[in-house]
Design a protein around this ligand. Structure first.
Ligand SMILES: NC(=O)c1ccc[n+]([C@@H]2O[C@H](COP(=O)([O-])OP(=O)(O)OC[C@H]3O[C@@H](n4cnc5c(N)ncnc54)[C@H](OP(=O)(O)O)[C@@H]3O)[C@@H](O)[C@H]2O)c1
Length: 250
């Protein structure tokens, strides 16, 4: 019997959840629990961490999971590393559903950096107005450049005081649209954008808006992960499920 654990938190995961529900699959959808009101799913849901690799191994065994699908965000590297380790230990087949990274086109002014610290260093010394489009995690390092005004777009209102002295906060959940993002950047007098190379159409709006406005983007590259099976579409995951037996499952 196939029993799937789907790790979510992305548009692609929600799309896959719909396909699994429509096909009557026995699947559990897992959220980290980072947002106040996660998008409802047409599958049984669980919310919260597993407790590291050991906790995930326990969960896979206890729930008799036969297939693990990692459809977390490309920057959710800890969770993805844990899936690789837990599946190696238990023999549960693993597949990652991951969107393609964005590639610079004509008119883009990107400075690609390896991590958040390098993004801070890439911002100018003179005061700027920065659209810090990286979510609520990883804001602290930008306190090293307090001379800038930071525009933040967050899913939930911040619960604690922000670590940055000059901010504007917009509460919104994607997908976004390029025209509206350009209006937002104009309204806030944005001069620089900091983004993660998340990939995907909904988050790409700000990149199109930056191009249209001729604004420089400091783009944080994806974290490197150990080798694993990765596909880019829901259909490929469904094909893998159909052709990957359960005999190696726990
Ligand atoms: N990072 C981003 O930029 C970003 C953007 C959009 C959405 N998200 C989504 O937000 C969630 C958290 O991202 P993150 O960057 O904080 O992840 P992370 O740093 O890789 O994960 C930290 C810990 O959170 C728990 N966790 C993460 N995803 C989980 C899931 N789907 N189900 C159950 N536990 C999960 C795990 O805890 P245990 O070790 O206790 O199991 C994991 O070790 C992910 O589901 C991701 O898809 C992230």
């Amino acid at each position: 019997m196939t029993r799937i654990l789907l790790l979510g938190g992305t548009t692609e995961a929600s799309r896959l959840a719909r396909a699994l529900a429509e096909s009557g699959s026995d699947a559990i959808f897992s959220y980290a629990g980072r947002t106040g009101a996660p998008v409802a799913q047409p599958l049984p849901m669980r919310i919260g961490g597993f407790g590291g690799v050991a906790g995930l191994i326990d969960y896979l065994r206890r729930e008799r999971i036969t297939h693990l699908i990692d459809a977390t965000h490309p920057f959710a590297a800890q969770m993805s590393r844990n899936t690789i380790a837990a599946c190696a230990e238990t023999g549960v087949p693993l597949i990652a559903l991951e969107r393609q990274a964005w590639v610079a086109g004509q008119g883009d002014d990107w400075r690609v950096v390896p991590d958040v610290e390098a993004a801070v260093a890439a911002l100018p010394g003179t005061p700027a107005r920065v659209f810090l489009a990286t979510g609520k995690q990883g804001l602290e390092p930008f306190a090293a450049k307090p001379q800038h005004h930071y525009l933040l777009r967050l899913v939930d209102p911040p619960e604690a005081p922000l670590p940055l002295p000059q901010t504007s906060v917009v509460i919104a959940r994607g997908p976004f649209e390029a025209g509206a993002d350009a209006d937002l950047m104009r309204a806030h007098g944005i001069t620089h954008i900091v983004a993660k190379n998340a990939g995907g159409a909904g988050a790409e709006a700000k990149m199109h808006a930056a191009r249209a406005l001729g604004l420089p983007v400091v783009l944080i590259d994806r974290p490197a992960l150990p080798p694993r099976r990765v596909v880019g579409s829901v259909e490929e995951v469904l094909g893998w499920l159909a052709h990957t037996g359960t005999e190696r499952g726990v």
